[in-house]
Design a protein around this ligand. Structure first.
Ligand code: PLP
Length: 415
């Protein structure tokens, strides 16, 4: 992940002008959209590019021999190449398009986990994970008789690596799954330590990059992981597209996930053989336009510069934490700004997070309230929900000011 020093600032007004949603007024106000960790807004470059694709280049991919089909295939495969470059992967064969991040993680759980795991094996996740990187591992452990172990966290929501030895004592560590950045409280996980430990035990590593890929430069080669999942809708792309990157040797050794068209080499009544990567894991008509849109989103993010986006979000996070620290009745969860992504989760002494979010909405401030699909993390903190503000390239300090001012109103309402 990149350094956040000496990077030129983002031209946020110009960026904002690329996003049609910010031209709308909500009760006469511009939207303070602080929910990008949930899903991001989309720039014109993606929206218009998609319209153009549907109007001039749309057909099914890989099957058509006519011009339109060739254009569609070029658009779809072009997006795969952009994704490869974006992740620093060696080959487009390692880039599998899925419906979302959840499906990418389930692909590994089903196609690797169900076949490779058994009694005596340990499958490791963390207490901070999104359910998408927790439930599949819990499930495959139960199905295969493997142990399911969960790395706990401290009061700051940072993983407690002292638990690793005890986990290793429970059996043969075969798989370690963790996120780069927690979606509920924003903590950045100690990637190198976790990967080093997994390697010591010869375990496969699965990294959930859904909250990192939109905001930070990633390079699968230097990360040294085996699988990495991301989701397009959080990084300016349309919904309906996710990515699984995996090492070719591992992907080749795996059984297929979904079965049907496109993923076969030949089918007879007696036997079916599998296609080569990546098609082996892309059964059926793929998310053609969605993948194309992901390619456009990658173009946009690359043009703006992920290092600059990360630095901008770091500034907003630091500012938000300072302002919230001075706000009455607000308790922020998680580590200090330097060890978190652009996510600030908090509770308010006098109001439930859902009520907070509703009143913030009446101020034109959009946040998420709930358990953020991380119930084990909420249990860890002894709460059921938080209010979460999350930042992206189109946010400003003014958005943070509006959040803090609206929170004062919530407090007054519930006093
Ligand atoms: C850390 C993390 N992992 C996985 C997911 C799942 O992504 P999707 O809902 O696109 O499948 C999310 C979405 O909130 C997430 O924040």
């Amino acid at each position: 992940m990149s350094s956040i020093t000496s990077i030129s600032a983002l031209d946020v007004p110009r960026i904002k002008s690329d996003f049609p949603v910010f031209e709308e007024r909500f009760d006469g106000r511009e939207l303070a959209y602080l929910d990008s960790a949930n899903s991001s807004q989309k720039p014109r470059q993606v929206l218009e590019g998609l319209t153009e694709f549907y109007e001039h280049s749309y057909a099914n991919v890989h099957r058509a021999v006519y011009e339109l089909g060739e254009r569609a295939t070029a658009g779809y495969e072009g997006a795969r190449e952009k994704t490869r470059a974006f992740l620093g992967a060696d080959s487009t064969r390692e880039i599998i398009f899925t419906r979302n991040g959840t499906e990418a993680l389930n692909l590994v759980a089903h196609a690797w986990g169900l076949n490779e795991l058994g009694p005596g094996d340990v499958v490791v996740s963390t207490v901070l994970e999104h359910h998408s990187n927790f439930v599949p591992w819990q499930y495959v452990a139960e199905r295969t008789g493997a142990e399911f172990a969960v790395i706990g966290a401290d009061g700051n929501g940072e993983l407690d690596l002292e638990q690793l030895d005890a986990i290793a004592g429970r059996g043969r560590v075969r798989l370690v799954a963790f996120g780069l950045i927690s979606n509920s409280i924003g903590s950045v996980n100690p990637v190198e330590a976790l990967i080093g430990w997994a390697r010591e035990h010869g375990a496969v590593t699965v990294v959930d990059a859904c909250q990192a890929a939109p905001h930070r430069t990633l390079d699968v080669a230097s990360l040294g992981v085996d699988f990495l999942a991301l989701t397009g809708h959080k990084m300016l792309a349309p919904s309906g597209i996710g990515v699984l990157w995996g090492r070719q040797a591992l992907l080749n050794s795996m059984e297929p996930f979904n079965l049907g068209g496109e993923m076969i080499r030949s089918v007879t009544i007696e036997e079916t053989t599998w296609n080569e990567l990546p098609n082996k894991f892309e059964a059926g008509t793929p998310p053609i336009a969605q993948a194309y849109g992901l390619g456009l989103a990658i173009d946009y993010l690359t043009r703006v510069g992920l290092e600059r986006i990360e630095a901008h979000e770091h500034d907003l996070t630091t500012y938000a934490m300072e302002r919230l620290a001075g706000a009455d009745g607000v308790s922020v969860l998680g580590p200090p700004a330097e060890r978190r992504g652009g996510i600030v989760s908090f509770t308010l002494d006098s109001a439930h997070p859902h009520d907070v979010a509703q009143i913030l909405d009446s101020h034109g401030v959009a946040v998420r309230a709930g358990h953020h699909c991380t119930q084990p993390a909420m249990d860890h903190f002894g709460i059921s929900a938080t209010t979460r503000a999350s930042f992206y390239l189109y946010n400003t300090r003014t958005d943070v000011d509006r959040l803090v001012e609206a929170l004062a109103d919530v407090r007054a309402t519930f006093a």
